[in-house]
Design a protein around this ligand. Structure first.
Ligand SMILES: CC(C)(COP(=O)(O)OP(=O)(O)OC[C@H]1O[C@@H](n2cnc3c(N)ncnc32)[C@H](O)[C@@H]1OP(=O)(O)O)[C@@H](O)C(=O)NCCC(=O)NCCS
Length: 177
């Protein structure tokens, strides 16, 4: 399996992966919006290949903290692996590679809204009780789905606030977990 940064020419394959994984347009729609969104920059977009076929994709976009803080933030999502290639560790490798790239580029905190039993395997912890509010409120019963990971030690506990996502994610329908 090969993971590399996505090229413009990967777009159709990425959209196919998103459609297959999410069984609908949500993932593909978010990717297309984020790619044209200056407020999402810098982005990290990675693709996974198996036997010359695109089987996975991960996207990270920029976020900011309110009140303003001297921190670099990123939000993970969407993450997609085609159904017949799932449970082979591809999702995990995409997450890890993405975190390595973000860490090297100086990102301090990475957030995700997602499966609360999946992302903790890769170092994410519930963010709400660590002082980080999501862009839109998450119902209490799903509060653990809003998670954070620090890539630079010493941030969590010293900063708190509301995480402001890129403009194209500023839509309550994307924050229903
Ligand atoms: C979630 C997803 C990216 C995982 O990709 P993957 O390549 O299968 O992941 P990995 O192989 O690294 O990990 C597989 C493990 O994740 C678990 N997992 C998959 N989906 C999960 C979910 N919704 N909740 C909790 N655990 C989940 C699997 O049960 C498996 O567990 P096991 O190791 O105990 O067998 C993939 O299932 C997918 O694309 N799903 C549809 C789109 C989606 O939900 N994206 C994430 C949005 S938050």
């Amino acid at each position: 399996m090969i993971i590399r940064k996505a090229l413009d020419s990967d777009l159709d394959d990425i959209l196919s992966v998103e459609r297959a994984a999410f069984d609908g347009e949500d993932g593909a729609e978010i990717v297309q919006k984020l790619l044209g969104d200056d407020s999402a920059q810098p982005i990290v977009s990675l693709v996974a290949f198996q036997e010359n076929r695109t089987v996975g994709h991960i996207f990270f976009s920029r976020a900011t903290l309110e009140p303003n803080a001297p921190l670099s933030l990123s939000i993970l999502g969407p993450l997609a692996v085609v159904p017949d290639a799932q449970r082979q560790g591809i999702g995990g490798k995409l997450i890890q590679k993405g975190l390595d790239i973000l860490s090297e580029s100086g990102v301090d905190l990475v957030f995700v809204l997602g499966h609360s039993t999946y992302y903790p395997r890769f170092g994410f912890k519930p963010a709400g009780n660590l002082g980080f509010e999501p862009h839109y409120p998450i119902p209490e019963k799903n509060a653990d789905a809003w998670m954070v990971q620090e890539l630079r030690p010493g941030i969590i506990g010293n900063f708190r606030g509301k995480v402001i996502c890129a403009d194209s994610l500023d839509d309550p329908q994307y924050w229903e977990e």
